[in-house]
Write a protein that binds this ligand. Sequence first.
Ligand code: ADP
Ligand code: MG
Length: 698
Amino acid sequence: MNAFLETPIVYLKGVGPQRAELLSKELYIRTYGDLLNHFPFRYIDRSEYQTIRDIPFLDSAVQLKGRLRTFQISGAGRGKKLKAIFEDSTGSIELVWFQGHAYITKTLEIGQTYQLYGKAKKFGSSWNIPHPELTPWEKVDHSSGYQGVYPSTEKLSDKGLHSKGIAKITSVLVDLLHGKIDETLPDYIRQNQKLIGLEEAYRSIHLPSHPNHIPQAIYRLKFEELFFLQLELLQRKQISFEKGKGFVFSELKDFFNQFYQNHLPFELTNAQKRVVKEVRKDVWTGKHMNRLIQGDVGSGKTLVALLTMLIACDNGFQAALMAPTEILAQQHYHTISELLEKMPIEIRLLTGSVSKKDRLPIHEGLQNGTTQLLIGTHALLENEVQFKNLGLVVIDEQHRFGVAQRARMWKKNSLPPHVLIMTATPIPRTLAMTFYGDLDVSVIDELPPGRKPITTVHRTEANRLRVFGFMKEEIKKGRQVYVVYPLIEENAKLELNSLMEGYEAISRAFPLPEYKISMVHGKMKPKEKDFEMQRFVKGETQIMVATTVIEVGVNVPNASVMIIENAERFGLSQLHQLRGRVGRGAEQSFCILVSTLKLSKEGKKRMETMVRTNDGFEIAEVDLELRGPGDIMGTQQSGELPLKLSNLVLDGALVVLTRDFARSIIEDKSFYQLPEWTAARTKLSTLLKARPNWGKIS
Ligand code: ADP
Ligand code: MG
């Protein structure tokens, strides 16, 4: 451990107890090391000023020189605001403070000239700058060239730790740096990879003496970050491999063979065969399987899961399949029951809507082992559900289950059951490598034969009548149509309204008795939902109006048109999932994205991407570009991802480089044996201790 980096931040000149507490609370900065790793997100040239006239055309924060005019208080109570006018030679703009009014009116002087730094916001038709940083002109340090702009928060700003305040304490820290940072990479590697020293990198990223030094510093620090991330992942994988004993499924007997030879409804695709082989190899060796199966919507993941469950049965174990929604669990239950109809296997369905009375026999069957397969929702995780010998858990559409929920499945047995996770959200390789460090990944990269690519078009609301006309043509041909409305999480009422309005409009355009319509939404009781769903599945209704409850997994091959209303409100992966509900039969399928005429830049890109490609991996790449990795994996995981500078997509090449590099020194053991890796070993063991659970997926 490095004592300097571990020094509590309170000891830094200019910090003190109050600021230290706030830094810890707001930004998790507790030590010198934390502050050193709190990086600028951009730089300003201190000698450059913008003008107020230019503000509407600038996208970023601005630096202005001007005079302060008139304070004014408006509003009352919580809505109370302090306003001021700031003017330069080109115009004036309003400044606004929501907090700290007394301090501001005391320290700022009307009529004085200030340097202002802040980000302007559009408010109605005019602009203002909330909580700007103001420095009296005579105190501005005009010599300092480039300065880092640091992330801060409102509370920190109130205590003088806005970006500039943070820059100041950071520069104090950087002055203490000399000789305090252990170089983690041996010289020959730094030379070989053209990397500057670690200490120099820290110095230059915070206090660049020349703008040219910034990219080198960032590159070195990204390298550091990704290299240690990969070392950590490889190390964890090693540990879990050594610990990871699992049940041995060495036999392939009647269940598997009979099904494969007599009941398989179609030949497996090559990709399905390969993945089944990969799974078999895992469970055959007595290693604990922890495998993610990625396969685009419709690629046939269910069948792979079923075959794996049959292997478990052949070896005397029970298997469970867990789905994220009731509808999906039911559908799996029906599909699998049908496929196994002629086989002596007991399958049960357990979801939230199964009554207490009906649960008892299910619990019994699981406990005494007469039930071999259990299919259900997270109801499977309840304590009363105990298995005789659970050997395998399949989790469908994994991203909907939290890590904690998954961990609970483990506790149901002495040895952990094998885990197979199926997801249709394709994750780019660089991301998968990092997020699923200790998970093996299989990819079903082939669709069953005979699928026609779905034709996707983008229409605006003004074209709705033509869309209705198209629906009528398709229905006349005997097809069925989905119309999906977005789920508006913050406002359930709004969601229902837009769905109901849509339903009414469609009912008017598609009147009885010629047309029959189903409707499904989240506020319905499971029984009603199921009833409506089944009517559509059986072909009794031609149109299914729904919110995204139908997003995942639902399989109605005769449905060939997917209309997505308010398409601009959906994320790319959701749009792709929804589109995957059609294109499951032999007919040509269509997806129509209906949006408002005006779209944000991002919205436009999403529509264009959907129209351009059906490839889930390509869509995931664009999604990642638009949203960043944290958002994609869910907030829970993003918080755990220890990356400050690197972007797993934009820095994909560096991810691969550091991965290969880390692997080579671990595999040839030089990392453990050679003295030049001493500092790196120390750092790695600190990281492993600091994040004991990081990277553990199930
Ligand atoms: P997903 O991967 O999206 O879960 P499913 O498992 O639901 O996909 O399969 C989609 C459809 O493809 C189902 O109707 C299934 O019966 C069919 N299917 C699966 N595998 C094959 C195959 N090898 N050949 C033909 N059809 C298949
Ligand atoms: Mg599925």
